[in-house]
Design a protein around this ligand. Structure first.
Ligand code: SF4
Length: 382
């Protein structure tokens, strides 16, 4: 049976090479060929002994994901749809900016969390991606773009795990993939240029803090439990106060970092002045005078099944001002790739929903907008 070498971080590749009777420095050479030079043909790897190349040909492959489609936006954003088998597809999006190139990649085919404003969440969940399938998105994008731009320099400087899926619900595949991104013999990204975005899987946030404390973004989207229970159902298991405590613990392991709170602006749902004031109170209650977070206000990308609408620019600006006036760093995300549906999940279509999220989603009531000022929560789900 052949092994896909994109599955391994350097320690994993070393163990694989040792099984072939080879030393660690051979694994480092191989790792560099694959990730720094984009090689997949072992005959190309000229500084490897011929005997090793022959062994690799019978035991290993460097297997990319088949590309179903590619869309390029007029603003330079590129979106790929990859086939991960059994009728499932995942997306990766490259977003070029003046000072960086960011790749947004997926961790699961679909997602079981079922956030109300998320196209992926409305499709249900099929399966976790393998480490190789997570890494393959970066490997393909980096080397495809280098070839197109006719450069040997690195094109992708930042990775955000904000595509399809909840990365911390695919922890065992995620961590080796992060290690590949950080490894100087592979992509050599700094810890702060790799971001894991979570809807708040508290126990796994604690583990990530110890295992691989990369930058953390938390999908908050609501200032109180009543509203967040509805928008981000995982909140019923890990409510906001527990989530904020986990953020504080995370920063013990990632000193000088801050948590980015993502907040999708939904017209008439979570975008009122009272919601912003509740956020200020929440942050001050948990952070005291210390500044350890920033807010990123995200324009909602409408899709028909959501029944939700994007907040207007004036509303967003007023909301941002309340946070900024309270001393909280606040940015408003630019919309990118609108002409190619670059928001996560909008191209992938239905996944093979094994957890019946779609069914559960259909049974959920329409959004109840709580009276502004109410922070009470009616229940806690086991
Ligand atoms: S926002 Fe993230 S966690 Fe929520 S449903 Fe979408 S992919 Fe899953």
């Amino acid at each position: 049976m052949t092994v896909n070498l994109l599955e391994f971080d350097l320690d994993g590749l070393t163990a694989f090479c040792e099984r072939l009777g080879e030393k660690r420095f051979r694994a480092i050479q191989l790792f560099r060929w694959i990730h720094q030079r984009g090689a997949r043909d072992f005959d190309q790897m000229s500084d490897l002994a011929k005997s090793l190349r022959e062994k690799l040909k019978t035991s290993a492959v460097v297997q990319a994901l088949p590309v179903i489609s590619e869309h390029q936006s007029s603003d330079g954003t590129v979106k790929w749809l990859f086939d991960v088998g059994a009728g499932n597809a995942v997306e990766a999006v490259f977003i070029p900016e003046d000072d960086r190139g960011t790749l947004c990649i997926s961790s699961q085919a679909g997602c079981a969390v079922g956030c109300r404003f998320c196209s992926t969440g409305h499709q249900g969940f099929s399966r976790n991606l393998l480490t190789a399938e997570i890494v393959a998105q970066l490997w393909f994008a980096e080397h495809t773009l280098r070839e197109r731009l006719k450069t040997k320099d690195r094109v992708i400087s930042n990775v955000v795990m904000m595509g399809m899926g909840e990365p911390l619900q695919n922890y065992s595949a995620l961590v080796p993939a992060l290690r590949v991104m950080l490894d100087d013999h592979a992509y050599g990204m700094s810890r702060r240029r790799v971001t894991v975005s979570t809807s708040g899987v508290v126990p796994m946030m604690d583990r990530l803090a110890v295992d691989c404390p990369v930058a953390l973004a938390v999908s908050l989207h609501a200032p109180n439990d009543l509203l967040r229970d509805d928008l981000v159902p995982l909140n019923r298991k890990y409510p906001i106060d527990e989530l904020m405590d986990a953020c504080n613990r995370y920063l013990v392991h990632a000193p000088r970092d801050f948590i980015t709170f993502e907040y999708c602006m939904l017209d008439g749902v979570n975008d009122q002045a009272e919601h912003a004031r509740q956020l200020v109170e929440l942050v001050q209650r948990h952070a005291g005078a210390g500044v350890w977070c920033k807010f990123n206000l995200i324009p909602f990308n409408p899709f028909p099944a959501s029944g939700l609408h994007r907040s207007g620019a004036v509303q967003v600006a007023a909301f941002a001002k309340i946070l900024s006036d309270a001393g909280i760093v606040t940015t408003v995300r630019k919309t990118r790739g609108d002409d190619i549906d670059a928001a996560c999940g909008q191209l992938a279509g239905e996944v093979q929903d094994r957890t019946r999220v779609v069914e559960r989603m259909a049974k959920r009531r329409t959004i109840a907008i709580e009276p502004a000022g109410s922070a009470a929560r009616p229940h806690k789900e086991a």
